[in-house]
Design a protein around this ligand. Structure first.
Ligand code: PAP
Length: 312
């Protein structure tokens, strides 16, 4: 498969000094390893109807959503002082469809753990997920903040100092649609259209709304994935404890997330700390020129205006 993928249209990111090459297949860009994993999942993955998929484009709140979903479904077994989240990066708590197929199959055989994460676009999800009517939770975020987050993540992953990584070039590339699992607007549109057709199986969550109203959104999430909070739990403060445990402040200060690594054996982006940067809404204002704002806003209107989603 490696050789086949190398025949796909490719783009080497010059602002990253050629350290990253993305390939285009099934209408989205990705690194070779994850294209390979996605294709394997499409060929062999058998979903269980009870599986719950945590879906997102990169840098839109994946780690946070994974931590929350994990804490919700494991709350009978662990509390905020015993949770594996205290010692394990959220990415390692939920297997990734395009990477951890064997682990997911093991979970299917040996446990009732329902969570699976993926960055795959909706149209590239394995057929069995859709035919099994699995629940899907999708998180999305202000596109300008995603661009800034994407920029710093790739810069840090490739160990480039700020002065060697021009933001303007990273912006242009993202604007042209070349980003991990991008174009980002197509990613949103795929899930959005599906959610209109099948609202009972797709929940849309917005990063900024989750910050404004964490309690309401965590309750919504728990209900949707089939683990609603009881009245007694609400009274006992279980929701607030989960929110605190999964907060940026808490997770980013844990030793595992400050100095740990994951997937170190095969991917260049292994340091956990780079998944926890600032988590600030509107950080884009520190990076965008007026011209960039005008360009991206126009594109967002063109591509996503009809959805009514607020993305700028
Ligand atoms: P991924 O798709 O590569 O896993 P993802 O988790 O989606 O990354 O996005 C990382 C962003 O979420 C970072 O945003 P920033 O660059 O603007 O700072 C990161 O700081 C933010 N983030 C990580 N953990 C949390 C959290 N617990 N709550 C809110 N935001 C978070």
């Amino acid at each position: 498969m490696e050789e086949t993928i190398k025949t796909f249209p490719q783009h080497t990111c010059s602002w990253l000094k050629g350290k990253l090459t993305l390939y285009k297949n099934q209408d989205f860009w990705n690194v070779r390893e994850f294209h390979e994993g996605g294709i394997m999942a499409q060929q062999s993955f058998e979903a269980r109807p009870s599986d719950v998929f945590v879906c997102s484009a990169p840098k839109t709140g994946t780690v946070w959503l994974k931590a929350l979903a994990f804490a919700i479904i494991t709350r009978e077994k662990y509390d905020e002082s015993t949770s594996p989240l205290l010692t394990t990066m959220p990415h390692e708590c939920i297997p990734l469809l395009e990477k951890d197929l064997e682990q997911i199959e093991e979970n299917h055989k040996n446990s009732c753990f329902p969570l699976v994460a993926t960055h795959l676009p909706y149209n590239s999800l394995p057929e069995s997920i859709l035919s099994s009517n699995c629940k899907i939770v999708y998180i999305y975020r202000n596109i300008k903040d995603v661009i800034v987050s994407h920029y710093h993540f790739l810069r840090e992953a490739n160990k480039l100092p700020l002065e060697d990584a021009p933001f303007e070039e990273a912006f242009d590339e993202f604007y042209e649609g070349v980003s991990w699992y991008g174009p980002y607007w197509d990613h949103i549109l795929g899930y959005w259209k599906a959610s209109l057709e099948r609202p009972e199986i797709i929940l849309f969550l917005k990063y900024e709304d989750m910050k404004k109203d964490p309690t309401g959104n965590v309750k919504k999430l728990a209900e949707f994935i089939g683990f609603p909070f009881t009245y007694e739990e609400e009274k006992a403060g279980v929701i607030e404890n989960i929110i605190k445990l999964c907060s940026f402040e808490k997770l980013s200060n844990l030793e595992v997330n400050k100095s740990g690594k994951h997937r170190a054996e095969d991917v260049n982006v292994a340091e956990n700390r780079i998944y926890f940067r600032k988590a600030k809404d509107g950080d884009w204002k520190n990076y965008f020129t007026d011209e960039m704002i005008e360009k991206i806003d126009k594109l967002i209107d063109e591509k996503l205006g009809a959805t009514g989603l607020v993305l700028k």
